[in-house]
Write a protein that binds this ligand. Structure first.
Ligand SMILES: *[C@@H]1O[C@H](CO)[C@@H](O)[C@H](O)[C@H]1NC(C)=O
Ligand SMILES: *[C@@H]1O[C@H](CO)[C@@H](O)[C@H](O)[C@H]1NC(C)=O
Ligand SMILES: *[C@@H]1O[C@H](CO)[C@@H](O)[C@H](O)[C@H]1NC(C)=O
Ligand SMILES: *[C@@H]1O[C@H](CO)[C@@H](O)[C@H](O)[C@H]1NC(C)=O
Ligand SMILES: *[C@@H]1O[C@H](CO)[C@@H](O)[C@H](O)[C@H]1NC(C)=O
Ligand SMILES: *[C@@H]1O[C@H](CO)[C@@H](O)[C@H](O)[C@H]1NC(C)=O
Ligand SMILES: *[C@@H]1O[C@H](CO)[C@@H](O)[C@H](O)[C@H]1NC(C)=O
Length: 831
C-alpha cells in the first residue's frame, strides 16, 4: 500500500521555521506555499499535509514535478527521489483540489520548492594543463595568465566559492616563490622576488601545480582539484644599451643615430630625461626608440653624459623603470698646450754647480690625460741675454726639469735670464716664458730680536686661532728670496702640537697662534722654544746658532669643566626576570676639577630603573619585560656638586634576555575538528601548540598529555614532534555532539610552564566526507550548537508527524535515519 510504503520510507527531518512542534504548521488548508529542501536527501520524504474542504475529495499536482513530487489523494505532499539543485534549483508546482467528478473546486495555488545546495560537486579546472609566458622583470602583481575552474554548486554559498593556491613551484631556488596566484580569480602574477630574479638565461621555464578548493578553501572537508601550469620566461628587451662612444668635435651632419631602446611590445611612447642640468641637452629620441646626438660634443667641456630613456603607454603611464643611457665622449687632439703662468719665475743661487736643478717647468693640455693627445715635449727656443754664453740652460724633453747646462752663474755677470720654452703636443706648438733670477747665496742665518719673550698666562678655554704672541727674527740675505725668508718651528715644549706660527712674507714677523685647545689638566706650564730657519739650505760652513732660537713661558689657568664619562654608551645585559631591587649596572663619571659628581636618570619612560646619585649604581625598581622592550635605553646625567653645577650625559642601554614567562597555547583556533558520526573505526586528529617566548636553539619542545577528568577511556594524546600531537579516539561509541577535550601542554622552558587548553571536537553527520556545519558563522547559517538543536527538534517533530499523520509506524528505520538527519526546513509562504 502506498501509505504503508511511505510510512516506512519517510523519515523525518522536516523543520518548520518559527514553530517547531505545532501541529498546524505541518498541515493546513490549500494556499500558496514555499518550501526549502536540501538537495541530496534520502528519497521519499513528506513535505506537507493539505486539508481539503468538502466537496473536494482529492488533489491534483501539476507543473515542474519532474516525477519527483507527488500528492496522495488525502493531500499528503511528498517527494520520491533525492533532489538535485544542479538539475533544477526551483520547482514551480500547481496544486488544485478536485471534487469527486474531477472538477476543480479550489485552486490551483502555486507551490514553490526551493532546492538548497549542499557541497556535492567538486571544483574542476577547465583545462588539465595551462601554458603561459611572462616577460622577465614584469611588474609584480600584474596578472599574465589565468587558470579557471568551475564548481556546479551554488556560488552564493561556500559550496561554490573557489580558492586557488600554488602548491608547488619547480624549480624553487632558496625556497623563494617567484609566482603568486590570486586566491579568488586564479590570476597568476610575479612576486617581488620573481620580478627581480627571473632570468631566461638561467632558467627559461617553470612548472606550477595549482590547486582549487571549494568551501572557500577554509574547510577541512572542501573538495579540491589540481592542474599543471607551464610558464615560459621571455627575455626583457627593455634594458640599458651598451655604453655609447662618440668622437668629440665631429663634422658629421647632425642628428646622428647613436643607439636605440625598445619596449617589449609595440606602441610604446618614448622620451628622454636629462639627469643633469645642462644649458642644452644634445640628445633626442624618436618613436621607434632610436636615440640621436643632435650636435657636436666637446670632451673638454663634458666627457660623459648620462640620461634616461622612458617608455610610457598611451595614457602616459610609465611601462617600466627608466633605463640609463651612458655616453662617453672620445677625445681628439683639438687643444694646443697651454702655459700655466704668463711667466714662470725660478731662482738659482750663484756658484751652483753645473747640472744643479733649477726647477721643474710644466705646461698643460686640455685633451685627455695619458693619451698621445696630451703628451707634451719641452724645448728651450730662446735665451736672453746670451751672456756670458748661449745655451746656459737645458730642459728635459718630457719631464721639464730645468738645469744648469754649461757653468755656474755669477750675479755680477747677469742677474736675470728670460727663456722661451717651446711646448708641443702631437699637432700643436705653444711658446711659454720662464724667468731665471740669479740670487745671492744663503750665507746669513736668521737672528731673533730677543731670545726670551717672557711669560704669558692664558685661560685654558682660549679660542683656537687666537694670536697669542708675535715673534721676530731678521735675515741679512737678499730680501724676498728663499735665503732670507724665515720659517718658525716650535722645537720644544709643545708635544701635543697646540701651537703654530705663520710668517708674514713682507716683514718675516711670526704670528704664534693656538692650533688645538689648551688644557690645564695635562699641561699647566710649558717652556716653548722656537727655531727660525730659511727654506733654502745654508751654504757649506755656515750653521744655525743660538741666535736662531727664542723661547717663552706659557702658563695655562684652569676653567671649570663638566664631568666626563669614560664612554658614551654603557651597555649591560640582564635576564628579564631579574628581581626588583637588583643592581643591573653602574656608570662612573669624573669631574676634571676633581669635584664630586651626582647622578640622575632621564628617559626612564617605563619607570623600571633608579640610580644611586652618589655611586652611579643602577637598580631595577619594577618587573622587567623583554616582550615589551628588548633593549631599554635611558640617559644618565652626571652633575658636578658645587662649582658651576655643570653636567654631561651618557646613554645606558639595558638589554633584556628572555626567560620562559609565556605559557604554551594552541597554535590556532581549532573549532573545525570533527569526526563523522557514527564513527566506524577509531579516528585521530592532529593539532599543534605555540608559545610567545623565544624558542631555544632546538626550536620549541612541547610535551602533551590528556587533561584531568574521566577521559582516559575515551581519548589518547600522543606527541608527534616538538610542536605537533595527535588526539585519537579509543573507541567508536561517541554521541553526536561537541566534546571539549582538555589537553595539557608543557613547554620545555626552565622552569617549564604548563597550560590546559580545550580542543572542541565535533561528532556530526557527514555527507561525502563533509560535516554539515558551515565553516564560518554567517548570519542565518546554523552553528554546530544550533545544528544539534535543530536535530533534536527534528526528532520531536518527527514524533509528532508520525503520531498525527500516520496510522501505522514501523519502528525499524529510526536508528539508521538519525545518521542521515539534516537540517532541512519547510516554511509556509507568507500570504
Ligand atoms: C572562468 O570560467 C567561467 C565559466 O566558464 C567564466 O564565466 C569566467 O569568466 C571565467 N573567468 C576567467 C577569469 O576567465
Ligand atoms: C586571499 O587573498 C587575499 C588578498 O588577495 C588575502 O588577503 C587573503 O588572506 C587570502 N586568503 C588566504 C586564506 O590566504
Ligand atoms: C674643434 O676642432 C677644431 C680644430 O680641429 C678647433 O679649432 C675647435 O676649437 C674645436 N672645437 C671645440 C669645441 O673643441
Ligand atoms: C725679461 O722679461 C721681463 C718682462 O718682459 C723684462 O721686464 C725684463 O727686462 C727681461 N729681462 C731681460 C734680461 O731681458
Ligand atoms: C751666531 O752667528 C752670528 C754670525 O753668523 C753671530 O753674529 C752671533 O753672535 C752668533 N750668536 C751666538 C750666540 O753665537
Ligand atoms: C662599576 O662597574 C665597573 C665595570 O664597569 C667596575 O669595575 C666597578 O667596580 C663598578 N663599581 C661599583 C661601585 O660597582
Ligand atoms: C611536526 O610534525 C608535523 C605534523 O607531522 C609537521 O607538519 C611539522 O613540520 C613537524 N615539525 C617539525 C619541526 O618537524
Amino acid at each position: 500500500m502506498a501509505l504503508a510504503l511511505l510510512s516506512s520510507l519517510c523519515l523525518l527531518m522536516i523543520c518548520l521555521a518559527g514553530g517547531y512542534g505545532q501541529e498546524g504548521k505541518f498541515s493546513g488548508p490549500l494556499k500558496p506555499m514555499t518550501f526549502s529542501i536540501f538537495e541530496g536527501q534520502e528519497p521519499s520524504q513528506i513535505i506537507f499535509q493539505f486539508k481539503a474542504n468538502p466537496p473536494a475529495t482529492t488533489f491534483e499536482l501539476t507543473g515542474e514535478t519532474d516525477d519527483i513530487f507527488m500528492i496522495e489523494q488525502d493531500g499528503l505532499l511528498y517527494y520520491t527521489k533525492a533532489l538535485d539543485r544542479e538539475t533544477r534549483a526551483v520547482h514551480h508546482l500547481q496544486l488544485a483540489a478536485l471534487d469527486s467528478n474531477g472538477a476543480i473546486v479550489e485552486g490551483p495555488v502555486s507551490i514553490t520548492i526551493e532546492v538548497k545546495d549542499i557541497n556535492d560537486n567538486r571544483p574542476t579546472f577547465l583545462q588539465s594543463k595551462y601554458e603561459g609566458s611572462v616577460r622577465q622583470n614584469s611588474r609584480p602583481g600584474k596578472p599574465f595568465m589565468y587558470v579557471n575552474a568551475t564548481d556546479l554548486d551554488d556560488p552564493t554559498t561556500p559550496n561554490g566559492q573557489l580558492f586557488y593556491e600554488i602548491v608547488i613551484q619547480l624549480p624553487k631556488i632558496n625556497n623563494v616563490m617567484y609566482f603568486q596566484i590570486n586566491n579568488k580569480t586564479g590570476a597568476i602574477s610575479l612576486t617581488q622576488e620573481g620580478a627581480q630574479e627571473l632570468n631566461p638565461d638561467k632558467n627559461p621555464s617553470y612548472n606550477l601545480v595549482v590547486s582549487v578548493k571549494d568551501m572557500g578553501g577554509q574547510n577541512d572537508n572542501s573538495f579540491s582539484h589540481t592542474t599543471s601550469v607551464d610558464i615560459t620566461v621571455r627575455e626583457n628587451i627593455w634594458k640599458a644599451p651598451e655604453l655609447v662612444e662618440i668622437l668629440e668635435n665631429s663634422t658629421d651632419s647632425y642628428p646622428v643615430k647613436i643607439t636605440q631602446v625598445r619596449w617589449n611590445d609595440p606602441g610604446a611612447r618614448y622620451s628622454l630625461v636629462n639627469k643633469e642640468t645642462l644649458p642644452v641637452f644634445p640628445f633626442s629620441i624618436d618613436q621607434e626608440g632610436d636615440i640621436f646626438v643632435t650636435q657636436p660634443l666637446d670632451r673638454e667641456e663634458k666627457d660623459a653624459h648620462v640620461f634616461f630613456a622612458i617608455a610610457k603607454d598611451e595614457y602616459g603611464k610609465p611601462l617600466a623603470p627608466p633605463v640609463d643611457i651612458h655616453v662617453k665622449v672620445i677625445d681628439i687632439n683639438d687643444n694646443p698646450p697651454t702655459c700655466l703662468d704668463r711667466r714662470t719665475v725660478f731662482e738659482v743661487q750663484e756658484n751652483e754647480n753645473l747640472g744643479s736643478s733649477i726647477g721643474i717647468f710644466t705646461a698643460h693640455d686640455m685633451d685627455e690625460e695619458n693619451t698621445i693627445n696630451s703628451v707634451l715635449k719641452y724645448k728651450i727656443a730662446h735665451q736672453t741675454p746670451k751672456v756670458p754664453a748661449d745655451g746656459l740652460f737645458s730642459i728635459e724633453e718630457y719631464q721639464g726639469k730645468l738645469q744648469l747646462a754649461k757653468q755656474s752663474l755669477k750675479k755680477q755677470d747677469n742677474p736675470q735670464y728670460n727663456l722661451t720654452i717651446e711646448v708641443s703636443d702631437k699637432d700643436f706648438k705653444t711658446l711659454c716664458f720662464v724667468q731665471v733670477n740669479v740670487i745671492d747665496i744663503n750665507d746669513q742665518i736668521p737672528i731673533f730680536e730677543k731670545s726670551d719673550y717672557g711669560s704669558i698666562t692664558l685661560p685654558e678655554d682660549t679660542a683656537v686661532g687666537s694670536i697669542i704672541l708675535i715673534i721676530q727674527a731678521t735675515d741679512a740675505d737678499e730680501p724676498f728670496t728663499g735665503s732670507s725668508k724665515i720659517l718658525y718651528r716650535v722645537v720644544q715644549g709643545d708635544t701635543e702640537g697646540r701651537l703654530e706660527v705663520d710668517t708674514d712674507p713682507q716683514t718675516n714677523a711670526g704670528y704664534v697662534k693656538i692650533k688645538k685647545p689648551l688644557d690645564f689638566e695635562t699641561e699647566p706650564v710649558s717652556n716653548i722654544v722656537f727655531q727660525a730657519e730659511n727654506p733654502e739650505p745654508l751654504v757649506y760652513g755656515v750653521d744655525y746658532n743660538a741666535s736662531s732660537f727664542a723661547s717663552f713661558k706659557l702658563t695655562v689657568t684652569d676653567v671649570n669643566e663638566a664631568p666626563v664619562f669614560p664612554q658614551h654608551i654603557f651597555q649591560v645585559k640582564v635576564s628579564e626576570d631579574t628581581a626588583v631591587g637588583t643592581k643591573v649596572g653602574n656608570v662612573t663619571a669624573k669631574d676634571p676639577e676633581g669635584l664630586a659628581v651626582s647622578y640622575s636618570l632621564r628617559g626612564d619612560k617605563r619607570g623600571w630603573l633608579k640610580i644611586d646619585s652618589v655611586t652611579g649604581e643602577i637598580f631595577s625598581v619594577a618587573p622587567l619585560d623583554r616582550e615589551a622592550e628588548s633593549l631599554y635605553r635611558v640617559q644618565v646625567v652626571a652633575t658636578e656638586v658645587g662649582g658651576s653645577s655643570l653636567s654631561s650625559m651618557a646613554n645606558f642601554h639595558l638589554a633584556l634576555t628572555d626567560v620562559n614567562d609565556n605559557a604554551p597555547r594552541l597554535s590556532k583556533d581549532y573549532t573545525g575538528l570533527f569526526f563523522c558520526h557514527p564513527l566506524s573505526t577509531p579516528g585521530r586528529l592532529v593539532f599543534a601548540a605555540a608559545d610567545d617566548d623565544l624558542p631555544s636553539f632546538r626550536g620549541p619542545q612541547f610535551t602533551f598529555a590528556l587533561g584531568s577528568g574521566s577521559l582516559q577511556n575515551d581519548w589518547e594524546v600522543s606527541k608527534i614532534n616538538g610542536t605537533h600531537a595527535t588526539l585519537s579516539t579509543k573507541h567508536t561509541n561517541f554521541e553526536e555532539r561537541v566534546y571539549e577535550v582538555p589537553v595539557r601542554i608543557s613547554d620545555g622552558g626552565r622552569p617549564p610552564l604548563e597550560a590546559t587548553v580545550s580542543l572542541p571536537v565535533t561528532f556530526c553527520t557527514c555527507v561525502e566526507g563533509s560535516c554539515f556545519r558551515p565553516a564560518g558563522r554567517q548570519n542565518g547559517i546554523p552553528t554546530v550548537g544550533m545544528a544539534v538543536g535543530i536535530l533534536l527538534t527534528t526528532f520531536l517533530v518527527i514524533g509528532i508527524i508520525l503520531t498525527v499523520v500516520f496510522i501505522r509506524i514501523r519502528n525499524n528505520g529510526g536508528k539508521d535515519n538519525v545518521e542521515n538527519a539534516r537540517a532541512s526546513e519547510v516554511r509556509p509562504l507568507r500570504s
